[in-house]
Every structure is written in structure tokens, then in C-alpha cells.
Write a protein that binds this ligand. Structure first.
Ligand SMILES: Cc1cc2nc3c(=O)[nH]c(=O)nc-3n(C[C@H](O)[C@H](O)[C@H](O)COP(=O)(O)OP(=O)(O)OC[C@H]3O[C@@H](n4cnc5c(N)ncnc54)[C@H](O)[C@@H]3O)c2cc1C
Ligand code: SF4
Length: 446
């Protein structure tokens, strides 16, 4: 008998074949020309536009919207990409509801912002569909830079350095470039192989050699890189995962949410990907929401997110939480895991209710259990494999200014560096700014 949502345990093929394509299709289908024109018409083209200030990459939003309105999406794309070379991905994944769209004056006035993210996608998709790369590389400078990590931070850094005429070698430990764009972001935000297509498009600038399967720490060392290159940028993200610290977390069926999401993102056949009937996700950020929603979309019958603090303290935005609820995911607040029960494999998770006490979060002593044949840990990622000798700040690489680390000739940016939110757009901004700082040092000796 084929599997269904009711099949006990962790099983593949819980849905009808056609449901997978439907469930994992584009969250927001792209605007056509007319829809984009209508959306662009809502912009007031504000002077000192607050949306620009709210964008970590400071895209000139009123300018690009005006260019769309004037029927020139390619010019709009160039405006976007000159500030944010991953503007196509950011248009899909940015939490615009807490960034530019939250700041939009029409949000304040009417509770309905200009749909900046969707307009940005309209422009960047239009240019990329034509295969146009709108930037040219400056004459070669003879300078060589090693960029470690081909996620958003490393890609943005490499592209900006290449534009300035420097030669870049981009190392990554994985078999594919893209970082979490390729292995982390929810499938329905970036379907259709967009992450790899964007990497290929970005590399058209020239001057960037990509070396995959090259891990810093395994043969590739920081002293070697600083000896061989004029500068080094580290954009290695957060490869470690926090432990649950609950009894029984080693049982079968308990795994890191990021590994599950990476497997899902790389799956050629989603129907072959096993998922639990009763799934419990522990955490309160985007990773928790993505693991939960995608479990539900794979056919899990019951999916529950359990977060140890209140709804307001969840780092997943209200929009993300609502998205989860709209897909049938239940969210329980103010509870922390105590133990995973089961004989070898997870069967139940026991939680204790929490409250904010004088000394911080404390247990109330009252417990409850949730049935769980699959448990995802989504309680935060940590820096792993940072080279020795680099000063750290709060568990991340300490930086000053535009990503300068405590070691000469070494910069860092993105999730692995201290400061800023862990978002794709922030990683892009930091990679770009570090590249500009490196370039300034090369040219002016700044
Ligand atoms: C599940 C999930 C969902 C998310 N969803 C969103 C979202 O919807 N919107 C959003 O804005 N942000 C989202 N984020 C956050 C966003 O993905 C990150 O902030 C962003 O990818 C950080 O970029 P980065 O370049 O710093 O790191 P990463 O994207 O992590 O890239 C780091 C790269 O370094 C490589 N690397 C690591 N260690 C080494 C080493 N020792 N040697 C060589 N290479 C190495 C890795 O293979 C990887 O390619 C999400 C994160 C997760 C985990
Ligand atoms: S704040 Fe809103 S209305 Fe004003 S320029 Fe930005 S997008 Fe347009």
C-alpha cells in the first residue's frame, strides 16, 4: 500500500506525485509587465526615502521603481545590482516586511507598502533572463585575493573585487557554490535552480576562479593563504549547530534542521525524501519555520514548532510565523525540551513550560509530551573551523570597520563575522564593503 500522511514513522511518498510540484512551487509568482507597472505606480518616489535607509545594501529603491514605471526594467536591474549583486536572490528571500517594506511610507499610512521585493524581482529577472551581465571588469591590476566561502558574502566580495580588476580565487568546502542560497533557503522561495543560475550569471564578470571541495583547515590554511595572496576574505558562515542539551537527543529520528533542509534542497525527487508523521521542530528562527513548513509540504500529518520564549521573542518574523500557521504548522511558545523518549528511536518529546524570572528564563515545573517520530533541532548555528589566531567576539570573528579582522590582510563578513543580522542581504552588504576596503587599500594604501 502506498504511504500517506497517516503512515507511522518516517516515510517517503506521503503525497500524490502532483502535490509535490504544487507545494514546492514559487511562493509568489513573478509579476508580469502590467502588474509591475501597477505596483510601481503606488510609489511616491520619496525624497530621503526611508526604504533606502532600511535596506542593508542601500539600493536606490525610488530610482529603480521609477525606471520600471518608465518601462525600463533592465535599467532598474542595473540600479539594484550595482548595490547588491545578489539582488535577484534577495528579491526572493529578504524579509522585506521587516526591512524596506516596513519602512515604506505607504505601510505607515495605509498598512500596505509598495511591494518592493516583487518589483525588484521583476527587474532582476528581466535582465537575467536575457543573460545580460551589466558590469565590466576593470583592467587587471595583478593583485590576487583569496575568498573563502562561496555563500552570499563571498560571492559579493569576489564579484566586487573582480570588477575592480583584481584576480580572485573563490574556495568553498562544498561541491557547489552558493552557500545557504543553495543549501539552506526554503525551496519554495527559490525554486527552479535559481541559486546556481545566479552564481553562473555572477561569474560572467570574469576574473574569478572557483575552487570547490577546498576546505579551510584541511590543507588550506590561513598562513598559506596570507603568504600566497595579497588579501584574504573569510565568508565561511556558521557551519556548526547548537546541541539541544536534552536527554535522549542522540535517538534515531532526531537531527539538525539545517541538514534536513540541505538534503531537501538537493533532492532530485521530493517524493523519495522521508518525513515523519508527527514532526516536532525545536527553535524560533527562520530555520525552525523552514524545517516545519517544508515537513508539512512533504506530507507530515502534524508539525509543531516549540520555542522556549514568547511569540514576540521569536527571531522568525511575524510574517514567517503567519506563513507557518497558514500551512497548518502549530507553534507552542514558552516551553523547552527536557527529554526525547523512545526505545532507540524518538517517539515523544517531553517539554517543560517556561517563564521569564528574575534571573532569566526558568522552568515552571509543569511538563507535557508531544508525539514525535521526527525531531528537528533548529536552535541556532555556530562558527566552526575559524582559523586559529583570529580574535573572536561573541563566538564570531571580531571585525572593525568594513570587515577587518585582528590579523593583517584578512577580512571577514557575513554570518561568520560579528555584527549585523544573519540575513542574505546583510552578508552581501558586508562582502561588498570588505571588497571596497581591500580595493582602497590596494589603490591608496588606506
Ligand atoms: C535554513 C535557513 C533559512 C534561511 N532563510 C533565509 C531567508 O529566507 N532570508 C534571509 O535573508 N536569510 C535567510 N537565512 C540566512 C542566510 O541564509 C544567511 O544569513 C546567509 O546565507 C549568510 O551568508 P554567508 O555567505 O555569510 O554564509 P553561508 O551562506 O553559510 O555560506 C558560507 C559558505 O562557506 C563555506 N564554508 C564553510 N566553512 C568552510 C571552510 N572551512 N572552508 C571552505 N568553505 C567553507 C560553506 O560551504 C558555504 O558555501 C537562512 C538561513 C538558514 C540556515
Ligand atoms: S518609502 Fe515607499 S513610497 Fe517612498 S520611495 Fe520608498 S517604496 Fe516608494
Amino acid at each position: 500500500m502506498p504511504n500517506s500522511q497517516m503512515t507511522p514513522g518516517i516515510a517517503p511518498g506521503r503525497l500524490q506525485p502532483e502535490d509535490y510540484a504544487k507545494n514546492f512551487g514559487d511562493l509568489y509568482p513573478p509579476y508580469d509587465r502590467h502588474e509591475a507597472a501597477v505596483a510601481a505606480d503606488r510609489c511616491y518616489f520619496c525624497y530621503d526615502a526611508p526604504c533606502i535607509t532600511a535596506c542593508p545594501t542601500a539600493i536606490d529603491i525610488p530610482l529603480f521603481i521609477r525606471q520600471i514605471q518608465a518601462g525600463n526594467p533592465d535599467a532598474a536591474a542595473k540600479t539594484i545590482l550595482s548595490q547588491n549583486i545578489l539582488g535577484g536572490m534577495c528579491a526572493r528571500v529578504c524579509p522585506t516586511e521587516t526591512l524596506c517594506e516596513e519602512a515604506c511610507v505607504r505601510e505607515a499610512a495605509e498598512g500596505k507598502p509598495v511591494e518592493i521585493g516583487r518589483l525588484q524581482r521583476h527587474a532582476t529577472d528581466s535582465l537575467m533572463a536575457k543573460g545580460i551581465h551589466p558590469f565590466e571588469r576593470a583592467a587587471p591590476t595583478g593583485r590576487r585575493v583569496a575568498v573563502v566561502g562561496a555563500g552570499p558574502a563571498g560571492l559579493a566580495c569576489a564579484h566586487r573585487l573582480a570588477m575592480h580588476g583584481h584576480d580572485v580565487v573563490l574556495f568553498d568546502g562544498r561541491a557547489k557554490a552558493g552557500g545557504l542560497n543553495e543549501f539552506g533557503i526554503a525551496s519554495y522561495k527559490t525554486p527552479g535552480g535559481f541559486a546556481q543560475a545566479e552564481v553562473d550569471w555572477l561569474l560572467k564578470i570574469g576574473g574569478i576562479t572557483v575552487e570547490l571541495g577546498q576546505r579551510l583547515g584541511d590543507g588550506l590554511t590561513l598562513p598559506r593563504l596570507t603568504a600566497e595572496y595579497d588579501a584574504v576574505f573569510l565568508g565561511i558562515g556558521l557551519a556548526g549547530v547548537n546541541a539541544l542539551r536534552a536527554a535522549g537527543e542522540e535517538k534515531d529520528g532526531v537531527r539538525d534542521a539545517v541538514d534536513f533542509i540541505a538534503e531537501l534542497r538537493q533532492a532530485s525527487d521530493l517524493a523519495a525524501l522521508p518525513v515523519g508523521r508527527n514532526v516536532v521542530v525545536i527553535g524560533g528562527g527562520m530555520t525552525a519555520v523552514d524545517a516545519a513548513v517544508q515537513s508539512k509540504l512533504l506530507g507530515a500529518e502534524n508539525v509543531t514548532i516549540v520555542y522556549r520564549r514568547s511569540r514576540e521573542k521569536m527571531s522568525a518574523s511575524e510574517y514567517e510565523q503567519d506563513l507557518a500557521a497558514s500551512r497548518g504548522v502549530r507553534i507552542i511558545h514558552n516551553a523547552r525540551p527536557v527529554a526525547v523518549h523512545g526505545n532507540g528511536a524518538a517517539v515523544e518529546v517531553e517539554f517543560e513550560y517556561t517563564r521569564e524570572g528574575a534571573a532569566g528564563l526558568e522552568g515552571t515545573g509543569e511538563t507535557f509530551r508531544l508525539p514525535a517520530d521526527q525531531v528537528f533541532k533548529a536552535i541556532g548555528q555556530t562558527l566552526q573551523g575559524a582559523p586559529e589566531g583570529l580574535a573572536l567576539d561573541g563566538g564570531k570573528i571580531a571585525v572593525t570597520g568594513a570587515g577587518r579582522t585582528s590579523v593583517a590582510k584578512v577580512w571577514a563578513g557575513g554570518d561568520c563575522a560579528a555584527g549585523g543580522e544573519d540575513l542574505t542581504v546583510t552578508a552581501v552588504a558586508q562582502g561588498r564593503d570588505a571588497a571596497e576596503d581591500i580595493h582602497a587599500l590596494f589603490t591608496k594604501g588606506a
